[in-house]
Write a protein that binds this ligand. Structure first.
Ligand code: SAM
Ligand code: SF4
Length: 486
């Protein structure tokens, strides 16, 4: 789930890896050294980069958006597909040019690639001085000192407890209106294609008090939308009892004070009626009717669910170890439509050409798209990842050109469905949270409706961060266009 940049709604593998990056901004605070951060991959990585920036700007650093001026360059990396790692290696090559001119520059790799390759990364990429995994960011100031003393530094320790709950993130590339709040870390699912459980460790939920405090602070600072982030938000579980470590122990305990995702949503929704709440990602095996009813009860919880299907075929889903069938997934879609109505936005992730997938099974993915009527989807060709269950158990036997052809078929299908869904919004009035100027014109604002669709309308006297009611009179497959209702 990575729909952060403007009005890119249907994202191919290329766009997803090449375009969605987050770069630190120039902020002069008079600190001694300059930090440049570049972030790839999912929203969780972007959120982590904000935590890293907070840790280092409390130390000796101020941020810069110009890598050539930096004393420390950090790349927060993604390992989800091979291409994502290749992009990072290309960037390291580019930074090599800067380091040749300024040998005192420190270059560090953070995130999933750091965790996956550990000290091997130091051998493979000579430019790298620092390798830090997702649970070791508190150690960054001392690791940087170690590098400044002439050594290489690595910390890829994975924790069962770290949630960075007490760290107030420094918002990067912020529009001042929408922000992410990380509510949990890691993943205990073992989808056979996925590296995340290996690179981000065991699942753990963050103290709800610190989540609510962060939401309140954001609201007081003018933000009007928060997205609660986790790999599988519906399995959020927090216990006030410190002795219960990890999700498994909390699930077994019989404690009325345990906070689940539905109750967390409710308490965040109560922070302020003008603060919108979104969340991502929902796993079809875990999302409950209780969550759907909580969404229905609160106007400010956006009617939008990212519910990745991955495949529409039960045999393939079993091989993917997704632990639900096609029928189960279809029933979840039915429950969403029944409880939240036809207008609720639904999006998905899909993988084409997973091991042994037949043409008929691929057509099952197309038919479930027809059934679910996704507003948009993130679609990928299967990329085998070292160390995953699929790599150990199955052969990556679908030729690349077939994966790509199937991918273009589902992209084409999604475009038609998106256009069809957007056409249904024409003529209706949408409540839009204004995020800023439209990409194409300073005379227009853009924002999102509750269903997470981008809506563009004439700016007039409206203000960023305010709500506008817009009648939609036109659309493309990616954007709704309209006029403000008087
Ligand atoms: N936790 C989320 C979930 O379960 O839906 C997904 C997180 S993952 C960072 C985002 C998406 O990347 C997945 O939903 C999947 O579609 C895709 N993905 C993961 N591993 C992949 C692989 N080996 N090849 C292609 N796509 C992959
Ligand atoms: Fe990966 Fe599955 Fe966990 Fe999502 S739920 S992060 S796809 S293992």
């Amino acid at each position: 789930m990575e729909n952060v940049i403007g009005d890119i709604d249907i994202i191919s593998e290329k766009e997803k890896n090449d375009e969605i990056i987050l770069i630190s901004e120039e902020k002069k605070t008079g600190k001694r050294k300059k930090l440049y951060v570049e972030s790839y991959g999912c929203q969780m990585n972007f959120s982590d980069s904000e935590i890293v920036t907070s840790i280092l700007t409390k130390d000796d650093f101020e941020t810069t958006s110009d890598a050539t001026k930096a004393d420390l360059i950090l790349i927060n990396t993604c390992s989800i597909r091979e291409r994502a790692e290749q992009t990072v290696r290309n960037r390291l090559n580019h930074f090599n040019g800067i380091k040749k001119k300024r040998p005192e520059l420190t270059v560090g790799v953070l995130g999933c690639m750091a965790e996956r390759l550990k000290s091997k990364l130091l051998e493979e990429e000579k430019i790298v001085d620092l390798v830090v995994g997702p649970d070791a960011y508190r150690d960054l100031p001392s690791l940087v000192n170690k590098v400044e003393d002439g050594q290489k530094a690595v910390n890829t320790f994975l924790s069962r407890e770290e949630t960075y709950a007490d760290i107030s993130p420094v918002r990067l590339n912020s529009n001042g209106v929408t922000a992410f709040i990380s509510i949990m870390r890691g993943c205990d699912n073992m989808c056979s294609f996925c590296v995340v459980p290996f690179t981000r460790g065991r699942e753990r939920s963050r103290d709800p008090h610190s989540i609510v405090a962060e939401a309140k602070e954001l609201f007081e600072n003018g933000y009007r939308e928060v997205t609660l982030l986790g790999q599988n938000v519906d399995s959020y579980k927090w216990s006030p009892n410190d002795e219960l470590k990890g999700k498994a122990q909390i699930e077994k305990a019989d404690n009325p004070n345990i906070v689940n995702f539905s109750s967390l949503l409710e308490i965040v929704a109560k922070v302020h009626p003008d603060l919108r709440i979104r969340f991502s990602t929902s796993h079809p095996k875990d999302i409950t009717d209780e969550v759907l009813y909580t969404m229905k009860r609160h106007e400010n919880i956006c009617k939008y669910i990212h519910l990745p299907v991955q495949s529409g075929n039960t045999r393939v889903l079993e091989m993917m170890n997704r632990t639900y069938s096609r029928d189960w997934y279809v029933k979840k879609i039915d429950a969403i439509r029944e409880i939240l109505g036809e207008d609720c936005g639904i999006s998905s992730d899909m993988i084409t050409g997973f091991c042994t997938e037949t043409e008929e099974e691929h057509r099952d993915t197309i038919s479930i798209m027809d059934y679910a009527q996704y507003d948009f989807s993130y679609m990928f060709a299967y990329s085998e990842r070292p160390g995953t269950l699929a790599e150990k158990k199955y052969q990556d036997d679908i030729p690349e050109e077939i994966k790509k052809r199937r991918l273009s078929e589902i992209i084409e299908k999604q475009q038609k469905i998106s256009l069809n869904r957007n056409n249904k919004d024409v003529g209706k009035v949408h409540k839009v949270l204004i995020e800023g100027f439209s990409k194409r014109s300073k005379e227009h604002f853009q924002g999102r409706n509750s269903a997470n669709k981008v809506v563009v309308f004439p700016k007039e006297n409206f203000k960023k961060g305010g709500y506008a009611y817009v009648t939609v009179n036109n659309c493309t497959s990616a954007t709704l266009m309209g006029e403000v209702v008087r």
